[in-house]
Design a protein. Structure first.
Ligand SMILES: NC(=O)c1ccc[n+]([C@@H]2O[C@H](COP(=O)([O-])OP(=O)(O)OC[C@H]3O[C@@H](n4cnc5c(N)ncnc54)[C@H](O)[C@@H]3O)[C@@H](O)[C@H]2O)c1
Length: 351
């Protein structure tokens, strides 16, 4: 059985999970190397998990001929550059969301992918979550009829530390967090967002306004086929990591997620205790593993990825429009490229 030689760039919280999954639970992956700008950390992770090579950067790692594919889990603003480096070295790529934090970088990265003839999968792991997959199937089977409304909530338990903002390496809330929902609503409804209207606040943490970020956002959406939607993102729910979606159609409604993330309730002197997932690595553990298994099998099988470069770009276009709406306090059209009629006639690297 052929195996895929993989290198992981960026072994922080997310990258380390991909490393663990590749090392322990994806039998057809050969985890050859890790790279991190913090080379001591890369060496430590390599040592802990029995990985032969570690590097201080992606470029050096891609020089290895036994690295067939690269996983990019560096901070948001470094994704586009990472994709260009990996593509130039002829490696297939899995890149964490977002594809980039602006459209210029995104198009440059996708052009590099096209030039090199490599494949790119984007880390929208909710598409691999069993609950979201079940909902998707029910929508496709017509169980809710024609979708009319979609509501999605993404609340983190605790805000990132101030160092996250100070480092300036990640996109603001729309790119770092809401991007999951921007992808999810397109995927679930099989439709494109054509207009957004964003409301935002820096209440409780006004300091983060200095970094161009927000604490919470509500984004209203209009879809090409007539449905409407609303997405809420919030960084400090305190009670848990709360991700929920509802799709309402002409014949019914589907809920995904609940405050009780696991079907266990403890009763004691305090009453009932329902454990709520505390963060993304818990809630989406199955999805992170499934997406990595799919990435490896896709690359070995010479198939096109299921979560494509185009998906990365479409979600980014919605995030860019949401940021514009947040700045102008007005509804904002999503760039014409996102319209369904434009798909297939857009830039060559998307065809
Ligand atoms: N799909 C998801 O659900 C999900 C969840 C969390 C994070 N993410 C994404 O994963 C990425 C990483 O997030 P994180 O939470 O692991 O951040 P993190 O800060 O914990 O880790 C980032 C790592 O990248 C390293 N790094 C920085 N610059 C580098 C460079 N030039 N080359 C190599 N390594 C470099 C850092 O030293 C650090 O170890 C972000 O883009 C984030 O949006 C996705």
């Amino acid at each position: 059985m052929a195996t895929l030689g993989v290198g992981v760039a960026g072994v922080g919280e997310m990258g380390r999970r991909h490393v663990e999954n590749l090392r322990r639970s994806v039998p057809n992956a050969r985890l050859v190397a890790v790279a991190d700008v913090n080379s001591a950390h890369a060496a430590r992770v390599a040592g802990e998990l029995g990985i032969e090579h570690s590097f201080a950067g992606l470029e050096a790692m891609t020089e290895r001929s036994d690295v067939d594919a690269v996983v990019i889990a560096t901070p948001d603003k470094l994704h586009a550059e990472g994709i260009r480096i990996a593509a130039a070295a002829g490696k297939d790529i899995f890149c964490e969301k977002p594809l980039a934090t602006n459209l210029e970088d995104a198009h440059a990265a996708l052009a590099a992918v096209q030039r090199a003839g490599v494949r790119l999968q984007i880390g929208f792991m909710r598409r691999y979550d069993p609950a979201y997959l079940a909902a998707k199937k029910q929508i496709e089977d017509g169980d809710v009829g024609e979708p009319v409304l979609i509501k999605s909530i993404g609340r983190d338990k605790d805000p990132p530390p101030m160092a996250f903002y100070e480092a300036g390496l990640n996109g603001m809330l729309f790119y770092n967090n809401t991007i999951h929902d921007f992808d999810l609503v397109r995927w679930l409804l099989r439709d494109e967002v054509v207009e957004v209207h964003a409301y935002t606040t820096v209440a409780i943490h006004p300091r983060i306004a200095h970094y161009g970020d927000v604490v919470a956002a509500l984004v209203n959406l209009k879809f090409a086929r007539g449905a409407i939607g609303n997405i809420e993102s919030y960084i400090q729910a305190t009670y848990g990591y709360d991700v929920r979606t509802e799709i309402v159609g002409s014949r019914g409604s589907i809920f995904v997620g609940s405050l009780q993330q696991r079907p266990v309730t403890l009763f004691d002197a305090r009453g009932s205790l329902r454990p709520v997932a505390d963060q993304f690595l818990t809630r989406f553990a199955d999805a992170y593993l499934a997406e990595m298994q799919d990435f490896v099998e896709t690359m070995l099988g010479d198939r096109p990825p299921q979560v494509t470069a185009e998906d990365g770009l479409r979600a980014l276009e919605i995030a860019v429009a949401a940021e514009e709406s947040h700045r102008s306090s007005k509804p904002c059209a999503v760039e014409a490229g996102a319209r369904p009629e434009a798909i297939g006639t857009g830039p060559a690297h998307l065809r």
